[in-house]
Structure formats: structure tokens, C-alpha cells
Design a protein around this ligand. Structure first.
Ligand code: NAD
Length: 286
């Protein structure tokens, strides 16, 4: 079984970005700048934000983190977003989700300037994606496609099943696979027999958010299995939505957890920030 190593692919993406960052710095006399907003002190979110900050610094991007208290009001968050939206030194903005109770992610997505949407999650970014004219793509779905491309997994003409239909993961992955000419089926929590559907597929992307939901019996021999799920199991260990250890000798290729899709999400965030920075700076320079 081919191990689809997200760390290797992410490193490849970061290496390419490093050159683009240097070029940008040379042309515009400043690094691309990602502003990250973290509301509250959720430990998992703190780790994600720290990892994103380190990843930015490693490739020469500027990252500023705005830590707000869990008691932050909608008005206060709006005011910060207004400031970042209009700050000409900020290229990309990311609001770490989930938000504490009382704050609405939908409101953030409406408030965020789509020209600075580093996560590719605003309704404008989604509209462009659906119209086949994306300028930034949502990070995790984009990361899944980059893994398939890097390992030259054929997608066109294949049958693909996506398990999960969230706006940020399942739906856009299904769309990107369709754009890549796969024939795509989406399963969700109301699908009566998920295994009966996934067993038909050449490529299965699992994003159900349910630890170790699917195993060997749910995939046909030779299937390509991409596991988006990520769950703590206690003691600092992580697992995905797939029972990875059952796949050896059965699947033709699979992503591990950790070290599969996760690192790609951050790499694609950096890439989106780069794209937004180039677009804005080139637009201003014209
Ligand atoms: P979500 O809870 O918003 O959506 C889960 C989807 O799975 C829903 O559409 C639901 O209908 C479906 N579902 C739930 N139980 C199911 C079942 N038993 N059978 C079939 N479908 C089922 O979650 P999400 O935000 O889409 O994230 C999915 C998973 O991916 C989570 O584990 C999350 O932590 C992980 N994730 C990982 C990354 C990464 O960088 N690796 C990024 C985002 C999300």
C-alpha cells in the first residue's frame, strides 16, 4: 500500500511558496501578512493557531495573532474584523473556528472581506468555487486534491465517494473531485448503509468526524482512502475516521492520521495567503 504522506506534500508546497515569498518581498518591500484571530482559550484551537504561526514564519511570511477573550462580544469582534479588512498591510485573515458560544461563524463569514479570506470559506469564495473560477479554495479540500495530484492518483473517470457533507470539508471536496472528472457520490449521517456505497468506489474521502468509523470491509480491494477526520484519543494520540491499520494489503493507497491531510490544510492556508497578497499588491501596483 502506498502511504500518502501529507508531510512530504506539504513540504513540497512550502518549498515552492518560499521562493514566491522572497520574490514578493523583493518586489513590494514587505512580506505577505496573515492575521489570525483566536477568540477564547480552546486548547486545540491554540495548538492550531500556534502551528499556523510557526508555518508562516518558516517560509518568511508575517503572521500576527489577535487573541481575544472568550467573553468578546459580537460588536468587539466586528470592530477587529473591520480594522483588519481595511488595514492595507494585511493580506489574509483567518478566524479560528469554532467560536465560543454567543459568537456566530456565519456572521464572521459575512463580515470578512472576501479579498482577504485566507480560509476560502466566505460565501463569495464558495460562489467562485462552484462557478469553477476559484481564486482561493477552502484549505482542507484543496489539501486533499493536492495529495492526489502529488502522488499522481488518477481521478478522471474514477468513481469517488465522499463521506460527510459539511460546507467546509465534504461539499467542497465532492465539488473538486467532480471538477477533476470523477463520478462522485456523497454519503452523510442519513445514508442508511454507508459501507454499501463506499465499497463501490475507487477513491473514498472520509470526513464524517466519527473516530474509526470505517475499516477494511468498507473499501473495495485496491481503493484509495483519504482520511480527513482527526480526533484525540487521550494521551496525546490522534486517530482518524478510518481504521488505518486494517488497510495494509487491501487498499492501494491511504493517508495516515496524523501526517496525512492535516499538514496539507496549513500548507494550503499559506498558499491562499500568498495568492491574496499577490492579487492585492499587483492590483495596487497597476
Ligand atoms: P462536521 O461535523 O461539520 O460534518 C460531518 C459530516 O459527516 C456531516 O455532513 C454528517 O452528515 C456526516 N456524518 C456524520 N456521521 C456520519 C456517519 N456515521 N456516516 C456518514 N456520514 C456521517 O465535520 P467537518 O467540519 O466536516 O469535519 C469532519 C472531520 O474532519 C472532523 O473529524 C474534523 O475534525 C476533521 N477536519 C480535519 C481537518 C484537517 O486539517 N485534517 C480540517 C477540518 C476538519
Amino acid at each position: 500500500m502506498l502511504l500518502l504522506d501529507g508531510k512530504t506534500v506539504a513540504q513540497h508546497v512550502r518549498d515552492q511558496l518560499k521562493t514566491r515569498v522572497q520574490d514578493f518581498q523583493g518586489r513590494f518591500r514587505r512580506p505577505p501578512h496573515l492575521a489570525v484571530v483566536l477568540v477564547g482559550a480552546d486548547p486545540a484551537s491554540q495548538v492550531y493557531v500556534k502551528n499556523k504561526h510557526i508555518a508562516c514564519e518558516k517560509i518568511g511570511m508575517l503572521s500576527t495573532v489577535h487573541n481575544l477573550a472568550a467573553t468578546t462580544t459580537e460588536t468587539e469582534l466586528d470592530a477587529l474584523l473591520d480594522r483588519l479588512n481595511t488595514d492595507s498591510g494585511v493580506d489574509g485573515i483567518l478566524v479560528q473556528l469554532p467560536l465560543p458560544k454567543g459568537l456566530s461563524a456565519e456572521r464572521v463569514l459575512e463580515k470578512l472581506d472576501p479579498r482577504k479570506d485566507a480560509d476560502g470559506l466566505t460565501y463569495t469564495a464558495m460562489g467562485y468555487l462552484w462557478a469553477g473560477r476559484p481564486f482561493v479554495k477552502p484549505c482542507t479540500p484543496s489539501g486533499v486534491m493536492r495529495i492526489l495530484e502529488y502522488y499522481k492518483i488518477p481521478v478522471a473517470g474514477k468513481t469517488a465517494v465522499v463521506v460527510g457533507r459539511s460546507n467546509i470539508v465534504g461539499k467542497p471536496i465532492a465539488h473538486l473531485l467532480t471538477e477533476a472528472n470523477a463520478t462522485v457520490t456523497v454519503c452523510h449521517s442519513k445514508t442508511p448503509d454507508v459501507g454499501a456505497v463506499t465499497r463501490q468506489a475507487d477513491i473514498v474521502v472520509v470526513a464524517a468526524g466519527k473516530p474509526r468509523l470505517l475499516g477494511k470491509e468498507d473499501f473495495k480491494p485496491g481503493a484509495v482512502v483519504i482520511d480527513v477526520g482527526i480526533h484525540g484519543t487521550g494521551g496525546g494520540k490522534l486517530c482518524g475516521d478510518v481504521r488505518f491499520e486494517e488497510l495494509e494489503g487491501h487498499a492501494s493507497a491511504a493517508t495516515p492520521v496524523p501526517g496525512g491531510v492535516g499538514p496539507m490544510t496549513i500548507a494550503c492556508l499559506l498558499e491562499n495567503t500568498m495568492i491574496l497578497a499577490e492579487k492585492r499588491a499587483e492590483g495596487n501596483a497597476r
